[in-house]
Design a protein around this ligand. Structure first.
Ligand code: C2E
Ligand code: MG
Ligand code: MG
Length: 660
């Protein structure tokens, strides 16, 4: 077996007395002796394995031993033959080192045959060295024939490092890092190879890549969960539209952009007019369906860059960026309304109407919250004007809204502190000019003693529903007051008390009961109480309202229609409602004697009332001319400044006493 380190001849002079063998192996003394001629020279000095160098100088010999180039030495004595001492340990450490390397090692001939393989390489290949040595290396490489020895030389011929797969006896690939260094031995192009086993490293790589794959999957899952959470936090679950939080963010962004560009940003508040009814009568599933359809419709009408958000039950908000003008914003609002009105969201043949309020910011002015508030205010205005329309917020509307909210606070505290008072305006019999009764008119008594008229709080009371409490207090006060009148007026002359009713007072559903207990507490005869309904209050003859009216009528209380001619009451209303009187609105009465048309209307209403068996009462009579004309037309009763203004309760007795 050739040594791993091919030895070279030193070419040093040969000693007579001491002969050394250049690096050989464990050749026996006899074998060594056989190779020497008489002069002790190697027969073939070019062959390293058989080189025998004689050294003449002991110094040279020692240096050669020190350099590790001596395998054995021969002592020539006086006697026959030589004595040969083999330096069997001379290169042993190196052999041992190569043999026991942690890496595989091999020497390759220029034709790619394995000349030497260490123990570790045999282990890696799971073969004996006999099977390995003498075989082409490619036999033991995966993808073998493609890998020629030239690969180990590298581009510059200085060797190379490359990763390959060895094939063990079972055909299992063993990844290795191959280090190759060329070795020229007297013209022979040999290659020294080392093989570092990469199996453990590959396994580690695989583990790391598995881990990072698992980690990537986990990250993806986390990202999905995060995205779902974000969507949940920023979108409405029912419609999938952005919610208020996301909307506010988008408005803020749009405003920031508009500050730079000078563009207009419009916020449109859309509130459905009929939604509560759908929910109440068709159930929540139908309500949900309607909301989803409305959401789709709104999205379909708008440009892709606009945002539609759902911010409450039936409240949607549209953010339209870069609108040309307020008119453009109104166009968008009108288009939304038309689209909604044309659809039949739950397939019941009924269309959804909506009220749209718009606020426009010029060049990014204002904040998201302020714009939303303004658009909401404008929407509220659209609703209070009957719904199904578009209103734009402006400064005047803002002022009006502030006034209304101040009025609401004033009314609420007056109700809470029972500072609601009634003033009483007499009604006179047209033929006798005698007081037949009074109408109770609500007022608020301020802390400073001033009196606030209904024009300052009635519409707010209606809108907010506070009119229910207000009406209840007025009814109680008026009935209590009228309960004391028999002591003032003579018995045969029973004074009536008229109290105004708002349609909202029917909402709790127990108005008849309340009226009855109030009458009982005041010890007032039901016939003395007259309740006045406005035309708008009874515009839709809802069965529940009709029923309550019937119950009240059954108590003996009289019902009448106030402000007749200003609303939409039809003959049907007059026929179907259990009415006893009709009050001709003062706007017609005041035209008596000056406006023929008004005169004809008043005459017609008086006739109509008489034909339907109702009393006619003229409101707002200010002149004797009007009064006389009413008498000529056959009007039954009259009320107005001509007789008296609404009086504080303390002045009622005097008015009764003055009455003819
Ligand atoms: P109304 O029920 O039609 O009351 C008649 C209104 O006309 C009263 O105004 C009265 O002061 C006014 N008036 C009476 N005679 C004349 C006149 O000769 N000339 C003029 N220019 N006006 C006259 P008031 O007291 O300001 O009440 C306004 C409205 O507020 C009432 O109209 C009624 O609709 C409502 N209202 C008043 N009190 C109540 C209440 O307790 N409940 C409800 N729901 N509404 C009330
Ligand atoms: Mg009235
Ligand atoms: Mg009236």
């Amino acid at each position: 077996m050739p040594g791993p380190f091919p030895a070279s001849s030193t070419g040093a002079p040969v000693a007579r007395s001491l002969t050394t063998t250049a690096r050989s192996t464990t050749t026996t003394v006899e074998a060594e002796e056989d190779r020497f001629d008489d002069a002790g020279r190697s027969p073939d000095p070019s062959s390293w394995s058989e080189a025998l160098v004689r050294m003449s100088e002991a110094e040279d010999t020692l240096r050669a031993i020190a350099a590790g180039e001596v395998d054995a030495f021969v002592v020539s004595g006086a006697g026959p033959g030589h004595r040969v001492f083999t330096l069997s340990t001379a290169d042993r450490p190196y052999r041992m080192f190569v043999e026991n390397m942690r890496d595989g090692a091999a020497t390759l001939s220029s034709t790619g045959l394995i000349l030497y393989a260490n123990r570790r390489l045999a282990e890696l290949l799971t073969r004996s060295r006999e099977q390995i040595v003498g075989s082409p290396l490619t036999m033991f490489l995966a993808g073998g024939s493609a890998i020629g020895p030239h690969l180990f030389r590298g581009a510059d011929g200085r060797g190379a490092t490359l990763e390959l797969d060895l094939l063990d006896a079972e055909g299992v690939a063993v990844p290795v890092l191959v280090g190759a260094s060329p070795l020229d031995v007297e013209g022979d192009q040999l290659t020294c190879l080392t093989f570092s086993d990469l199996s453990a490293q590959r396994e580690q790589d695989r583990l790391i890549s598995d881990l990072s794959l698992a980690q990537t999957q986990r990250m993806d899952e986390l990202q999905d969960a995060q995205a779902a959470l974000t969507k949940q936090a920023t979108h409405d679950a029912l419609t999938g539209l952005p919610n208020r939080a996301l909307l506010v963010d988008r408005i803020d962004q749009a405003l920031a952009r508009s500050t730079r560009s000078g563009a207009n940003t419009a916020v449109l508040f859309v509130d459905l007019d009929r939604f509560k009814q759908i929910n109440d009568t068709r159930g929540h599933a139908a309500g949900d369906l309607a909301l989803r359809r409305v959401a789709d419709q709104l999205v379909s009408v708008l440009r892709p860059m606009d945002t539609v958000a759902r911010i409450g039950g039936d409240e949607f908000v549209v953010l339209a960026t870069d609108v040309d003008s307020r008119i453009h914003a109104v166009d968008i609002g009108t288009r939304l309304l038309e689209e909604l009105c044309s659809a039949d969201p739950i397939g019941d043949g009924e269309h959804v109407a909506a009220s749209v309020g718009i606020s426009v910011s010029v060049a990014g002015r204002g904040s998201a919250e302020a714009l939303l508030h303004e658009a909401d205010t404008a929407m509220y205005e659209a609703k209070s004007l009957g719904g199904g329309r578009v209103e734009v917020f402006d400064v005047a509307l803002g002022r009006q809204v502030r006034r209304r909210s101040a009025a609401r606070r004033m009314l609420q505290s007056a109700i809470d502190e029972r500072r609601i008072v009634a003033f009483y305006q007499p009604l006179v019999d047209v033929s006798t000019a005698r007081i037949v009764g009074f109408e109770a008119l609500a007022r608020i008594a301020e802390h400073d003693g001033s009196i606030v008229p209904p024009s300052a709080f009635i519409s707010v009371a209606e809108d907010t529903g506070l009119v229910v409490q207000l009406g209840a207090q007025v009814l109680q006060i008026a009935c209590a007051q009228a309960g004391g009148w028999p002591s003032i007026a003579p018995d045969e002359h029973r004074l009536t008390i008229a109290v105004n009713l708002s349609s909202r007072q029917f909402e709790p559903g127990d108005l008849a009961t309340f009226v009855r207990t109030t009458l009982e507490q005041a010890e007032l005869a039901p016939e003395c109480l007259h309740l006045e309904l406005t035309e708008t209050a009874i515009i839709d003859l809802r069965p529940d309202i009709l029923e309550q009216l019937g119950q009240i009528r059954d108590l003996g209380v009289e019902l009448g229609l106030d402000d007749f001619g200003t609303g939409y009451a039809s003959l049907t209303h007059l026929r179907r409602l259990p009415l006893s009187f009709v009050k001709v609105d003062q706007s017609f009465v005041q035209g008596l004697g000056t406006n023929e048309e008004d005169e004809r209307i008043v005459a017609a209403v008086i006739d109509l009332a008489s034909n339907l068996g109702m009393r006619s009462i003229a409101e707002g009579v200010e002149t004797t001319g009007q009064f006389e004309r009413l008498r000529d037309l056959g009007c039954d009763q009259a009320q107005g400044y001509l007789f008296a203004r609404p009086l504080p309760s303390g002045d009622v007795a005097a008015a009764i006493e003055r009455s003819p």
